[in-house]
Design a protein around this ligand. Sequence first.
Ligand code: C2E
Ligand code: CA
Ligand code: CA
Length: 577
Amino acid sequence: MTLNTDQSQKIFIADDDPVISLLLESTLNKWGFEILKADNGVDAQKILLEIDTPLVLLLDWHMPGINGIEVLKTLREERPEVPHYVIMLTSRSEKNDIISALEAGADNFISKPFDPDELKAHITVGTRFVSLHLALTKAVNDAKRLADFIAHYDQTTGLPNRVFLRSRLEEAISSGNMAALFLINIDRFKIVNQARGIETGDLLLNYVGVRLHSCFADESIIARFAADEFGILTPTPLDNNNPPAEITDSLDSIAQKIHIAMEEEFTIDDGIKLTVSIGAAPVQCLAGEGPDDVIRKADTALRKAKHLGGNCSVIYDEGLEQEIREKFAIENELMHGIENHELRLYLQAQVDAHGNFTGAEALVRWYSPKRGIVPPMIFIPVAEETNLVFKIGNWVLNEVCKLISQYPDSDFTISVNISPRHFCTPDFASQVTHFIKLWGIPGNRLVLEVTEGLLIANVDDIANKMRQLAELGIRFSIDDFGTGYSSLAYIKRLPIAEIKIDRQFVLGIPDDENDCAIVKAVFHMATALGLSVVAEGVETLEQADYLNRVGTILHQGYYFCKPGPADQILKTWLTQK
Ligand code: C2E
Ligand code: CA
Ligand code: CA
């Protein structure tokens, strides 16, 4: 029996009296109702127990086998979730009978032989009750479907969301079939939102979603994972028997496909070009690994891709996790180390063509109780990613100014390495001024070394700060010259006093022709611009001699002096002079 029409228009009659039954049926038919019938309690009970949607029931009290009250009791007990509207048909209308009928779950009753008006009134109430219930059930189901949609889909793109993807990831892990999780983050999406408006940003997300579909197999789940991040779960033909390098290669080739798919301009507004960062991790169904572990791995890879400057992809491997743990540990220990006065100031002497001491470069060291003497190449990059770089920078500036103040009658300079992030803070110039004033030293004893990378940033801001500090006599030196992107145009616009030829070019002189050519070219260019030149990494007498033949160049390198604790270096070199 199918009951898919409007249930409020159907009435079930159970009566063993054929005359009454027929009479009821023809009356109700006349009123437009459809009738379902049973002529005994057993059949009535069997049929009713299988019906899932509520009806109006007319149940005869007296039937052979099972009577109406028992049918009703069973029905209410076994299918309490189907609220039929039950009218008992009875020839008795004693008070006790009415009570027991109501107790059994009847809603109303009619005495036989029935009065059509009374029947009509009861049927009207019953059908209203059933209609109301059906409407409520539909509303609840619609709300559940909506809630399910909201819980599992993203409203902006219509794509599955993180919750949905996570549950599929869980299934993939328990299936034992290897898959891969890709996390794709749009680089600088914030700027699109700010510059073009949220609506354009939303549209762009939709377009990106469509392009992603073109990169993955149909069975893949492409989900919106976070604001500007997509997560993709895709099956892979590989499994744990393939060597890790093969797995990495296969994921990397998918990532390359995504980068290529994003290259073409999106035709929104005047056109939008974008790049993405990608992190991927294989879903290897390892023992004890859950969906959140896989997400964390892919996210670790994505963070690394972002850290590398974006527009690239990183595939997770064990080493990556180790690297991040180590970085985190360094950051934590360094934070305490700075407070516990574990930083030390080292100096490396700079000398002229005759080996005379002219100044020194300040090189920071971290005396870690746990790690020993840590070189800056280990901890400065970590500090650069946090605010620790400002603390270290200010610590060095303060120490250097203090040191200079202890030698008021000397004229040696000290060069301090300045992190680009530190230089770019709004109050950098006033901080340096503060240290100079605090220790009462002349500005011309201080040199600030900046890298070429800094010069790509906001030139006007950099020029302003440099000029402000140059007025105090402070000089600026371009560190690692030749490794970055410096253009002469920039250097001409800025008050730069010195160029440091990077160690990698000094390494090859005097034998490597290219290095010799570069050193000579840099020297001539610098002197033409009125800049002085320092060569870094001078390790041999031959290198020093060659440099002296090129021209007036200051030397810094192991051949003359290895970096050492500041007081020792000054003691050695100032007495030698
Ligand atoms: P840098 O500014 O290029 O410093 C020169 C580096 O070359 C120093 O390494 C120095 O010890 C090394 N060096 C000098 N002469 C020779 C040589 O003849 N041969 C070889 N092989 N190496 C030589 P160090 O002290 O480990 O510093 C490494 C980098 O750490 C520095 O490179 C600089 O970028 C950064 N750094 C050091 N101190 C500070 C600081 O106080 N603040 C900031 N922000 N960075 C610093
Ligand atoms: Ca330097
Ligand atoms: Ca350098």
